[in-house]
Design a protein around this ligand. Structure first.
Ligand code: ASP
Ligand code: MG
Length: 405
């Protein structure tokens, strides 16, 4: 007998009809004699509506009350699912996080699941019941309700899998899995059968909104494999798991291509080349919560002056310009800004052991006359900054070059 965690996202439980469909999926697993734990997020749109209300009633809505309010969407969804399971003759009930309990740590609105006491859920499973657990919420050491950040119900399912020693964790969503690139930007995007945690973490942080990065981190740290599947059809999804490529040799070097748009580039030309300059530039930016992404400093030819280029989000350009102009700790000759840029990244653990990937990426982009402005790399990814007009073209040529088509 297997223990299986089935997690349903907002669109999967977005209407009463959808909830009936989800109950059919649950029954399929139950009939195969599995022990099922259901985790649900709120019906789609509900959390957003509640967040809107907090803003309308107060500009400074208390964060602890925010968590009480926005976590209520999950309570509604779980009661409806449990009620429908009862309707079709199943023993089932809803479990709020505090009834289990699920303990979290960290600030309101973005806490992380720390510990789950398995006893109550185990007793209920042993009695043949199907627990339907609220995702997204927990309680802290003061016994107050907390939430785990937007899309946090994935993390709930992963941590329940851990603490209940589940055999499988399946995340049902509205897409069929993880794709080699955004299907809206490239028609030949393909579903990936299996992907490693590190690759998905790079993809998530680089703009592929497949899963909340902290949830993937939780899965990685606890070695929980996750299956991502659609609740709208029965096709196989994507398995997110630990390193598998070393064993099963594959010629798939690049797993996926991500892109972000609305990037901007800032160049500070003629800054003094001496210790502390970069720190002086970035300290006030970090204090003002400006997220700096790629950074390049040219090698200075005379040892006196150098140029520093970095990227931020376009919406931060004005604020950044003001901060730099008011910065009395630095001197420079010229400040220039460039908006409407995009970052394209190729990702794959296969890169570590395969030479020549950088060259192939640059050559492919050059063949389409795509100019590269900034480059940054990590062990498993190469990112380039290009004009945002060229996103689709760049994805297409790279998708083909790395045999993802
Ligand atoms: N309902 C929450 C949200 O919309 C949590 C989730 O969907 O995972 O962010
Ligand atoms: Mg959601």
């Amino acid at each position: 007998m297997k223990t299986i965690v089935l997690k349903f996202g907002g669109t999967s439980v977005g209407s009463l009809d959808r909830i009936k469909k989800v109950v059919q999926i649950i029954l399929k697993y139950k009939k195969k004699n599995n022990r099922i734990i259901v985790v649900s997020s709120a019906m789609s749109g509900v959390t957003n509506d509640l967040i809107k209300k907090t803003k309308l009633i107060s500009k400074n809505f208390d964060k602890a009350e925010y968590d009480v309010l926005v976590s209520s969407g999950e309570q509604i969804a779980c009661a409806l699912i449990a009620g429908r399971l009862n309707h079709v003759g199943q023993k089932a009930r809803s479990w709020m996080s505090w009834q289990i309990p699920i303990f979290t740590d960290g600030p309101y609105t973005s806490s992380r699941v720390e510990k789950i006491i398995p006893k109550n859920l185990l007793n209920y499973l042993n009695s043949g019941g199907i627990p339907v657990v609220t995702g997204f919420q927990g309680i802290n050491k003061f016994l107050r309700l907390t939430t785990t950040g937007r899309s946090g119900s994935d993390a709930s399912a992963i941590m329940i899998s851990k603490f209940l020693k589940a055999d499988e964790c399946i995340i049902y969503t509205d897409v069929e899995g993880i794709y080699t690139t955004d299907p809206r930007l490239h028609k030949k995007a393909k579903k990936i059968n299996q992907i490693e945690y590190d690759e998905i973490l790079e993809m998530a942080s680089l703009g592929s909104k497949v899963m909340q990065p902290t949830s993937v981190q939780d899965a990685k740290l606890n070695n929980i494999s996750i299956k991502v599947k659609s609740s709208f059809n029965n096709r196989p999804g994507t398995l997110i798991t630990q390193s598998f490529k070393k064993k099963d040799f594959s010629n798939q070097i690049i797993t996926g291509i991500s892109s972000t748009k609305n990037d901007a580039k800032i160049t500070i030309a003629g800054v003094r080349d001496k210790p502390g300059v970069a720190a002086h530039i970035f300290e006030p930016l970090s204090r003002n919560l400006i997220n700096v992404d790629m950074v390049v400093q040219n090698i200075s030819l005379d040892g006196k002056e150098t140029d520093l280029t970095f990227t931020i989000k376009s919406e931060d350009v004005k604020k950044t310009e003001k901060i730099i102009r008011e910065n009395k700790n630095i001197s420079y000759r010229k400040l220039s800004f460039d908006k409407n840029l995009a970052k394209i990244s190729i990702i794959g653990v296969g890169m570590i052991t395969t030479p020549g990937i950088t060259y192939r990426m640059f050559k492919a982009l050059a063949s389409k006359k795509i100019n590269i402005m900034v480059i940054s790399t990590s062990e498993i990814k190469i990112s380039v900054l290009i004009s945002s007009k060229l996103i689709k073209k760049a994805i297409a040529v790279l998708h083909k070059e790395f045999k993802l088509d």
